[in-house]
Design a protein around this ligand. Structure first.
Ligand SMILES: [Zn+2]
Length: 327
């Protein structure tokens, strides 16, 4: 009886370990994975539409055209659009491999490689939606320009140490990008804080002002332990900034908050802000837009305007990466 039990445990362990070992093997060799379907030699991925939950098989180049359309203004420089296409393809490759390693395990994807929810994966716009939004201008110029950014970089993805990178991007940094360590805590070697230009810096400054009572109420609702003395100068103290310039922490009403929490609480465009409290108001001046990590889209456009090609733009924002091919 005892021996049967030992055999049963042994068999159970084998059943547990074999899929784990196999999934590791598939991660290393994605081209051997099942469902790596292609049509006329083109890579096919699965896309879940976040609004309906339905999944479709779609050509990678068609999907990327829809992502670049939704994620970057078509009026941007061709080299910036190409950098965007490679960043988006790298992100997709990462998700594709993840889905091959543990099929169907990406949360909220109904088994698909990527989804259309910009808060989860990348924004995506269908061709008919783009036509509806931009009309004749889309047909006349934008489609060809965006399609060229995808086809001119066909198959290109960013890798670091021969592994695909998580090529995150954001709208605009104000002078420097943020490191992944400062924003999310994961210290990825290719997501460091780097210099990032802006061609129209003033347009990337926004302001948010709240009445003193309104500010106090919002903080106390989220952080009941906060308390605010009469003296307004005491309300906000001890600002600690990251290498990229964003607020890492700030003490508000005696509570230490992360800059990203303050950003979320007051719907600020970024965590790169200065804040002042006067007698009747609290004012934020916010620089840039987005989380600040990886490629700045407005920065990429400024670099393209000054003569950088897409490879040089990507090398600027993703430290130490190389361009490899998704075969
Ligand atoms: Zn997703």
């Amino acid at each position: 009886m005892k021996r049967i039990l030992i055999y049963a445990v042994f068999l159970w362990l084998i059943m547990l370990l074999v899929p784990l070992i196999l999934s590791r093997f598939m991660w290393e060799r994605p081209s051997d994975a099942p469902n790596a379907a292609s049509e006329d030699g083109r890579i096919i991925i699965s896309l879940m539409h976040a609004d309906t939950g339905e999944t479709e098989k779609i050509r990678l180049d068609d999907y990327l055209t829809g992502v670049v359309t939704a994620e970057m203004p078509a009026s941007f420089e061709p080299e910036a659009l190409k950098a965007q296409a490679v960043a988006a393809r790298s992100y997709t490759y990462n998700k594709y491999l993840e889905n091959r390693a543990s099929p169907g395990k990406i949360p909220g994807h109904n088994g698909a490689d990527v989804c259309t929810d910009p808060g989860h994966c990348k924004a995506y716009m269908t061709l008919s939606d783009a036509r509806e939004k931009w009309g004749a201008r889309w047909e006349a110029a934008y489609y060809e320009k965006i399609r060229a950014a995808v086809t001119d970089t066909d198959g290109e993805v960013l890798t670091y140490d021969a592994r695909p990178v998580n090529a995150v991007f954001h709208a605009a940094s104000y002078g420097r990008t943020e490191s992944s360590r400062d924003v999310w805590g994961g210290d990825l070697p290719y997501l460091k804080s780097v210099e990032s230009p802006l061609s129209d810096a003033q347009s990337q400054i926004t302001h948010v002002t709240l009445g003193a009572q309104e500010f106090k109420d919002a903080v106390c609702a989220a952080y009941p332990e906060a308390s605010f003395p009469e003296e307004k100068a005491e309300w906000l103290k001890n600002v600690v900034r990251s290498e990229g310039g964003s607020v890492l922490t700030v003490q508000i009403g005696g509570v230490t908050l992360k800059g990203t929490d303050v950003r979320a609480l007051f719907s600020l465009k970024s965590a790169d802000f200065t804040v002042t409290a006067s007698d009747d108001a609290v004012s934020f001046e916010v620089r840039g837009s987005g989380h600040g990590v990886g490629m700045s889209q407005y920065g990429a456009n400024a670099l393209a305007q000054s003569g950088y090609d897409y490879r040089a733009i990507l090398a600027r924002y993703y430290t130490g990466t190389e361009i490899s091919h998704w075969e």
